[in-house]
Design a protein around this ligand. Structure first.
Ligand code: MN
Length: 375
């Protein structure tokens, strides 16, 4: 069974920025020097210097395992992984973008995002029309974001990666400052693709996704990453951004699907019961806006099928989360067989193919059977 994926990852080469930036800017990109004992490192980025404790060997091993297949760094080898897993087309998120929140010089961030996009265009997009590569934009300065969206549109990008919260020194997503960005994305037909767990990080802190310690820490930290995607969707609806831009579509990747009807209930209730305090007024029901303009990808969630069949949320798509350990790499077919065993044929078709193609109609349809591409 072929499926499309709304959630996949690629690791750019280490020199993707330094190879493309003028020296003065390249010198400001992140550099890390490990202490001889290997426990701490000194990181310099954009004129700031931080000391940070290196992750434990268990965490390093986890990360290495998580990025094991060659296709995560090699765009051509990647196609063989996709064929083996039965993944036809996929939304591909970047990896180096996590540094974006540590930059403070707008010109530097803008140049790095352009360098990443030029790399993506020449090395990834060009390899296969099965790759829907997310462009990257500055979230530090709105005008820079808008200009980059225009460049992305001219170069055929159909999705842009947005972190679940913008740069720490920029206004939040619900602020009107971002209105020109929503206008630009809607006009270009570019999907706003938020990936869960991408709130800006404090690189001096204990590390990505380490919010809790103590009993339950691991499962709580994993679960915690989910909520940032829900918050981003909430802001896009509550602020009226999606109401003002009815053709703008949002993807929340990796966060499951059943939260959407739930969040819609809460938005609707808040809008109705607190109407005297609600600004701005919306022209449509907030739950309807959420359920129609927001799309969600899931990997293992067993409630995804009933969310579509019983709760009426149709914008559900599978996402493999290739190659991460939370994802289905190595067992994609088995996972889908289990999840879709009792699904109606039209539900299975929409989750694996239709929802994705509604967002990205330019992507060629999957072959009718595996024989079609092997033959
Ligand atoms: Mn993912």
């Amino acid at each position: 069974m072929w499926t499309n994926s709304g959630d996949s990852h690629f690791i750019e080469p280490d020199d993707v920025w330094t190879a493309r930036l003028p020296k003065a800017l390249a010198d400001l990109t992140p550099k890390a020097v490990k202490d001889p004992d290997g426990e701490w490192e000194t990181v310099s980025v954009d004129g700031q210097t931080f000391r940070r404790k290196l992750p434990s060997s268990a965490a390093v091993k986890f990360l290495e395992e998580s990025n094991r297949p060659q296709g995560v760094r090699d765009p051509v080898a990647r196609l063989a992984d996709l064929d083996r897993e039965g993944v036809w087309a996929e939304v591909i998120f970047p990896s180096l973008g996590m540094w974006a929140s540590t930059f403070r010089t707008p010109e530097l961030l803008k140049a790095c995002m352009r360098a990443s996009n030029e790399y993506a265009l020449t090395e990834l997009v060009s390899v296969s029309d099965r790759y829907v590569v997310t462009g990257q934009i500055s979230t530090l300065r709105v005008q820079d974001a808008v200009e980059e969206v225009e460049w992305l549109a001219e170069n055929g990008f159909r999705a842009v990666f947005l972190p679940t919260a913008p740069h720490p020194s920029a206004p939040d997503w619900n602020r009107d400052d971002w209105e020109p960005l929503w206008t630009a994305l809607e006009r270009a037909g570019i999907v706003a693709a938020f990936h869960i767990g991408t709130d800006p990080i404090d690189i001096t802190g204990p590390g990505l996704g380490h919010v809790y310690r103590g009993p339950g820490g691991a499962v709580m930290n994993y679960t915690e990453t989910t909520f940032s995607g829900q918050r981003a969707a909430m802001k896009m609806v509550g602020s009226g951004a999606l109401d003002r831009h009815p053709d703008l579509r949002v993807l929340i990747a990796e966060g499951g699907a059943s939260w959407v009807p739930f969040l819609g209930d809460r938005l609707r209730e808040g809008y109705r019961q607190h109407h005297m305090a609600v600004r701005p007024k919306l022209s449509r029901d907030p739950k309807e806006i959420l359920m129609t303009q927001v799309y969600a990808s899931f990997q293992h969630d067993e409630t995804a099928v009933p969310t579509m069949e019983a709760l009426g949320y149709r914008n559900v798509m599978f996402g493999s989360d290739y190659p991460h350990m939370e994802g289905t790499y190595g067992h994609t077919q088995k996972t889908l067989e289990g999840l879709l065993a009792d699904a109606r044929p039209e539900t299975a078709q929409r989750i694996t193919q239709g929802t994705f193609r509604e967002l990205f109609p330019h992507v060629p349809p999957a072959p009718a059977s595996t024989d079609a591409i092997e033959g």
